[in-house]
Structure formats: structure tokens, C-alpha cells
Design a protein around this ligand. Structure first.
Ligand code: SF4
Length: 209
């Protein structure tokens, strides 16, 4: 018998979406292991490598178990970079369960998925984004790190349609990073950049997972 295909999974947990336009919505998170970036500010370095081999059925069973206590209508596939693995079958399974599915990606892996929501977070040094995501992203996040400049924000803002919000998200909610976010926001407003917003990571403010 052929071995059953598995996904490398870092963790599965229930919480609220802490970032972006869906902030505050009850969500089950499936964090996939592996990433093609090595951002200095990454707060999920434990998901860069390793992970447990889980079949789709096992992931689905864990989502169902968590939903008994916390019947969240959304599942967020995150990482690491979740699109590095073939998660199309898992997305189909979750949709069959009647769940809404969000994928959080750095935008560098060109994989078409039947998700309800793409969150795209372009990363340094190039802040490159596959063309597929320019029209499909529902929201865009830029971590306000040492590397982020007004010039990069301008470039990213202009790539996406004006109706897609671009969030400036201070790195780990740090004070210095918040001040830089406000400076960039102010400069961006002065030159007419549309739909630019500042956000905080709600889960870190609340001290939850
Ligand atoms: S792309 Fe995301 S998960 Fe990967 S290293 Fe950067 S911040 Fe971490």
C-alpha cells in the first residue's frame, strides 16, 4: 500500500485572528512548517523547519475537536509559508465542512487555492509578490521593521488595487516601531497614498496565542 500523503504541521490551535481586516474574528489556526524566507523579525521561527507529519484527515479531526469547544467559522492556514506545501486538498476538505478558509502568505509562491481570503504580507529584501495575488488579496500587511521605508510602502501600495487595505503592522507591537509606522503613515497620507492603515497584533495585546 502507498504511504498516505502528509503535511508538515507546526501547530493547530483556536484563537481570534489578531491581524489585518479580519482582526477579532474567532478562528482555528493551522500553522504549516517550512518557509522560504528568513526574516529577522519573524515571530514564528519555530515553524521554519521540522513539524509533525499529519494526514489531511488528522488535521481535519483536530480542527473538528477544537471546534467542539470553540466553534469558530474560520480556519486560517498560516506558517511559515503555507503555500510551499500542497494544501489544496486540505482547503477542499475544510470547505466541505462548511468552514471559511483564509491563507496567510508572503506572496512568493504561485499556488491557486479555493480559499475565501488571501492575506498577503510581502517580505524583505525584495517585497516581491506573485501577480496572482495582486487582485486576489483581501488585505496586505507590511511589518514595520528596520527594512521598511516609505519608498517600499509606496511601491507595495501602488501594486494592489486602492480598495485593498495595506496595514502597517509594528514589529511585535514595539514602541519604536509604532512611531515609525505613524511617521510612514503621515508621509504616505501627505502624498495621497490610499487605504493605508496602522494596526497592532491583537493576540499580543491580549496575551493570548
Ligand atoms: S515569511 Fe513570515 S514565517 Fe517566513 S520568515 Fe518571514 S515572517 Fe517568518
Amino acid at each position: 500500500m502507498l504511504p498516505r500523503p502528509t503535511l508538515k504541521i507546526a501547530e493547530v490551535f483556536a484563537s481570534v485572528q489578531g491581524e489585518g481586516l479580519r482582526q477579532g474574528e474567532p478562528t482555528i489556526f493551522v500553522r504549516l512548517s517550512g518557509c522560504n524566507r528568513r526574516c529577522a523579525f519573524c515571530d514564528t521561527k519555530y515553524a521554519w523547519t521540522g513539524g509533525k507529519d499529519r494526514t489531511r484527515d488528522e488535521v481535519l479531526a483536530e480542527v473538528r475537536r477544537l471546534r467542539l469547544d470553540f466553534p469558530a467559522p474560520w480556519v486560517c492556514l498560516t506558517g511559515g509559508e503555507p503555500l510551499l506545501q500542497d494544501i489544496s486538498g486540505l482547503v477542499r476538505d475544510l470547505k466541505k465542512e462548511g468552514l471559511k478558509v483564509q491563507a496567510e502568505t508572503n506572496g512568493t509562491v504561485d499556488r491557486l487555492l479555493a480559499v475565501d481570503w488571501y492575506t498577503v504580507s510581502p517580505k524583505p529584501p525584495e517585497y516581491a509578490v506573485e501577480p496572482r495575488f495582486l487582485k486576489t488579496a483581501r488585505d496586505v500587511k507590511l511589518v514595520v521593521s528596520r527594512e521598511l521605508s516609505l519608498d517600499i510602502v509606496r511601491r507595495v501600495r501602488k501594486k494592489f488595487p486602492p480598495g485593498t487595505p495595506v496595514f502597517l503592522q509594528p514589529e511585535s507591537n514595539r514602541r519604536r516601531s509604532a512611531a515609525k509606522a505613524m511617521e510612514i503613515l503621515s508621509a504616505g497620507l501627505k502624498e495621497g497614498l490610499e487605504n493605508l492603515r496602522v494596526s497592532a497584533q491583537l493576540h499580543k495585546v491580549l496575551g493570548i496565542q
